[in-house]
Design a protein around this ligand. Structure first.
Ligand SMILES: Nc1ncnc2c1ncn2[C@@H]1O[C@H](COP(=O)(O)OP(=O)(O)OP(=O)(O)O)[C@@H](O)[C@H]1O
Ligand SMILES: [Mg+2]
Length: 371
């Protein structure tokens, strides 16, 4: 059988999806046997503790004699192709990752078989292809594991951040805001006192009242920005509407709201996430879009909650923004997608220069608390 053809077939087998490494290795070894017409072949590869083990073999019922086995597992030169004749004729090639021999690919046949130059080159190349496939699979699993950890870490960071916002807003409300209100009322009381009203010092004091009220307004704005109590009191839509009016309404943008079923209330952490995504989308509209209209929509379709924030502004190229080399750019958009993925929702960023922007979040609804 043509060695080059077989090598091509092996490479295809090893790179195809879905990634079930064990069956890929078995198929590749069958290919190797077909190419060399040998008796048996196998892969030796270190396990998680670094001990060399039989990783795959074809056929499964073959047992090498102990001497050949020692030659496979302890070659004189792990970097080179080795061969010999004991109970069987054998050939063993290093399986290298990044130039370092990690495992060994062996082939055996009946005594007297002379593996020719073609066989040797084929085994060397096959060894390296198999090593690459095993290493890729390890890296793939590693990436999957890290992605799960990253998701969990993100979930905790978001939860901690939300809890901190909630605490700071409560403290600002309970301590500072209350004290400022009390001071403002004290000054008002003095102001109403006919005897004190015309005292020069108290006149200056009464000038402080409007400043106190401005500070109070500002603190209330910060409290609401940190954690709109509306989210707890009136639900997601009212909170988003309030934020959109605060951020956009004052600069003349028309905000249109379409909410099919205000009674849908997902779990509180989902609401918070949807609110934060809307907040970022609205901030982006205020900062970048130059829009005249914004449409906020919150709909429940079949088993899905769908939130969309659309504007008729200047639009942009999402691919270009997300793939630009400066990793600090596009963090707001990336953060939206990450927040969504933590709750199992998916995001779509639809935009193009001159075409406006639409941010769509779909959350697979499970059970909702009654609103
Ligand atoms: N609604 C929008 N209309 C027009 N351009 C937008 C819109 N939303 C995002 N963009 C473009 O995409 C870029 C990336 O947005 P992103 O939210 O990731 O970052 P940012 O807003 O620039 O900074 P931040 O990290 O503070 O959010 C923006 O700089 C802007 O060019
Ligand atoms: Mg942004």
């Amino acid at each position: 059988m043509d060695h080059i053809l077989m090598l091509k077939k092996m490479v295809c087998l090893l790179s195809c999806q879905p990634r079930n490494l064990q069956s890929q290795l078995n198929d590749a070894l069958d290919c190797l046997l077909a190419a060399t017409s040998a008796l048996a072949t196998g892969i030796l590869w270190p396990d998680a503790n670094g001990f060399i083990q039989l990783r795959a073999q074809s056929p499964l019922n073959f047992f090498a004699d102990p001497k050949s086995w020692r030659n496979f597992t302890n070659p004189d030169n792990p970097d080179a192709l080795t061969w010999g004749q004991e109970a069987y004729a054998w050939l063993a090639a290093p399986m290298k990752v990044g130039g370092t021999p990690i495992g060994r690919l062996w082939v055996v046949d009946h005594v007297g078989r002379n593996f020719d130059q073609n066989d040797r080159e084929f085994i060397m190349m096959a060894g390296n292809q198999l090593a690459l496939a095993i290493e890729n699979s390890r890296l793939y699993e590693e990436v999957q594991r890290l992605a799960i950890k990253r998701g969990e870490l993100l979930r905790r960071v978001i939860a901690t951040q939300d809890e901190r916002c909630r605490r700071i807003s409560r403290e600002l409300h309970d301590e500072i805001s209350q004290s400022l209100t009390a001071m403002s009322l004290d000054i008002e009381a003095i102001d109403l006192d006919d005897q004190l009203r015309h005292h020069p010092v108290l006149q200056r004091l009464s000038h402080m009242r409007p400043r106190l009220q401005t500070a109070l307004k500002e603190i209330n704005r910060i409290i609401l920005d940190l954690r709109p109590t509306l989210l707890d009191d009136m639900g997601l839509i009212a909170a988003i509407r309030w934020f959109a009016m605060q951020r956009l309404g004052t600069s003349g943008v028309n905000v249109h709201i379409d909410c099919s079923d205000p009674a849908i209330n997902p779990e509180s952490h989902v609401e918070t996430t949807l609110y934060r995504i809307a907040q970022e989308a609205i901030n982006n509209i205020a900062r970048h879009a130059h829009a005249r209209n914004v449409w906020l929509s919150y709909q429940k379709t079949n088993h899905t909650i769908q939130l969309s924030i659309r504007d008729d502004g200047c639009g942009f190229d999402p691919e270009a923004v997300m793939n630009q080399p400066d990793d600090r750019k596009g963090i707001g958009l990336f953060g939206m997608q990450e927040r969504a993925s933590v709750i199992g929702a998916c995001t779509q960023i639809n935009s193009a220069p001159g075409q406006g922007t639409c941010i769509l979040v779909r959350y697979p609804a499970r059970e909702f608390k009654a609103g």
